[in-house]
Write a protein that binds this ligand. Structure first.
Ligand SMILES: [Zn+2]
Length: 511
């Protein structure tokens, strides 16, 4: 092959975090986000503002810098957090990946930029299926490495089919690019003489998503401790917090220690990490504020400007966890209580945004929020609203975390004044992770007394300059991503599991 210079590395990704309680997604949903084939992947990685997640661009950039190689871009399918992937579409995607991998043989390595918390409408572990498919195609000797979101649910199949799994170490995720770069480094090692050996433990512990921050707290502590053990033998230590709402048999905090062919060391460290966490498992308890108290606090701040402004995270309606971004419990409560100087974003309602776009800035109309999807997880609300701004919703991310510099498309967007509340209404579902989601539409975050964001935790990086951790409140409202486990009917977990089963037990493996 004339163009063959350097190693031939396949690049592919299914990037979805599936909330089993949310509506399924198919090809059209992926196309609306990021569905790229072949050379489109390399073209996107070369853009100033790529659409792919940072692990993909980090891997590609690092491989480019390290010297001649032959990238074999296959498929990048990224829909972010959503519901289960439609099984028919998953089978199509799997077939496309397999065909393209087979056509590309011989390959020297395979890189997946996976999220790791996919479920389909029929199976609990599409990620494991894809890794195994790749292993079947390339055979036992070709290295397969995947990066994974820290909210991955790790199955035995995922571990068995790959040589190394490299998980983000930050939440909010600010190290995606670095992990992609790390994966490229590991790929070079495995293309040389190094054999990766991994120990894996999964605890019967589903840590509520709001307890998985890494700047401090029980999860951050164990990640930081793990990093002190990296040395010439230990290549990577990855600790998956997991994604509760996947509701799968592979749910549970997971520990992966990858060594340069030293299984005894991998096992010793893996067991140490898991035991430490199991011994303090009761620390993974959410600290939520009731809806009533959130509203009362906002009313008080609107009256008394000597108190510090505060941000309320509507953690139960987090589009970054598969929420629809359209519950109105906080909006309605704040409106009816007469809370002042409140800004709320981003409310996902394409019908409402479209209606506003048929009108002019300054017009007043009866705004019907969430007319299309009211159900047990999401209430509707209507009130008179005045249009403050209209936009196509195309912005560049500036939050220092996961979407900095990326092209972000919110779809047709409007800023509405509803009582003393300014609401940003968007048309393409997103979590509100960046002050730019307000400020691009003329709404000041600095001047608000109360900011409400539909996000579980990723807003913390971007909004940190305005709101240090002590001025963040997590609201116990209803919704598809409520950290209040009593709001769901779980049927996928292996039971018993903590904290649903307080008497759940775990015995370390007898290695
Ligand atoms: Zn995540």
């Amino acid at each position: 092959m004339a163009e063959r210079t350097g190693k031939r590395i396949a690049i592919l990704a299914l990037h979805i975090e599936s909330n089993r309680f949310a509506p399924p997604v198919g090809r059209a949903d992926f196309e609306e986000k990021v569905l790229l084939y072949g050379d489109e992947i390399m073209a996107d990685a070369a853009r100033e503002h790529p659409r792919m997640v940072g692990t993909m661009t980090g891997f590609i950039h690092a491989m480019n810098q390290a010297g001649p190689w032959t990238p074999v871009p296959i498929v990048n399918a990224d829909v972010g957090a959503a519901g289960p992937i439609d099984h028919e579409f998953f089978l199509e995607l799997q077939a496309e990946m397999r065909e393209r991998l087979e056509a590309a043989m011989p390959l020297d390595g395979v890189y997946f930029g996976e999220h790791g918390a996919a479920v389909s409408t029929e199976i609990p572990d599409p990620d494991g299926v894809l890794f195994k498919m790749a292993r079947d195609v390339v055979g036992p000797d070709v290295p397969i490495i995947s990066t994974l979101d820290l909210h991955t649910n790790i199955s035995e199949e995922m571990v068995d089919a790959t040589d190394a799994l490299i998980i983000y170490r930050t939440n909010p995720h600010v190290d995606q690019y670095e992990r992609g770069v790390e994966a490229a480094g590991s790929m070079h090692e495995l293309l040389g003489n190094v054999t990766a050996t991994t120990a894996f433990i999964r605890l019967p512990l589903v840590a509520p998503q709001v307890t998985q921050l890494t700047a401090s707290g029980p999860y951050g502590e164990i990640i930081d401790y793990g990093q002190t053990l990296i040395d010439d033998t230990v290549m990577n230590i990855s600790i998956a917090g997991g994604f509760t709402y996947g509701d799968t048999p592979q749910n549970g905090m997971a520990f992966l220690v990858t060594t340069r062919d030293d299984m005894a060391t991998a096992r010793r460290i893996c067991r140490d990490l898991a035991e430490r966490v199991w011994n303090y498992r009761e620390r993974f308890t959410p600290n939520l504020t009731s809806l009533e108290d959130c509203i009362a606090g906002a009313v008080a701040r609107g009256e008394d400007h000597t108190t510090p402004s505060t941000i309320i995270a509507d953690v139960a309606d987090n589009p970054g966890g598969g929420g629809r971004g359209n519950t109105a419990w906080l909006l309605q409560g704040l409106y009816e209580a007469g809370a002042k100087d409140v800004i709320l974003g981003v409310f996902n309602d394409a019908a409402l945004a479209a209606e506003a776009h048929e009108k002019e800035v300054g017009e007043t109309f009866e705004a019907s929020f969430n007319r299309d999807e009211p159900d047990q997880y999401s209430n509707p609300f209507a009130a008179e609203a005045t249009i403050l701004a209209l936009s196509d919703g195309k912005i560049i991310g500036r939050d220092p975390g996961s979407r900095k510099n990326m092209s972000i498309n919110l779809g047709p967007t409007t800023a509405l004044q509803v009582g003393a509340i300014t609401v940003i209404v968007i048309s393409i579902r997103q979590q509100c992770i960046d002050p730019g989601y307000f400020e691009n539409f003329g709404v000041s975050v600095a001047d608000a007394r109360t900011v409400v964001v539909k996000s579980r935790g990723h807003f913390r990086a971007g909004f940190l300059p305005y709101f240090p951790p002590e001025r963040v409140i997590e609201c116990d409202a209803p919704g598809l991503t409520s950290p209040n486990f009593e709001n769901f009917e779980w049927n996928g977990f292996k039971r018993p599991i903590y904290p649903l089963d307080q008497d759940a037990d775990w015995t370390p493996p007898n290695w």
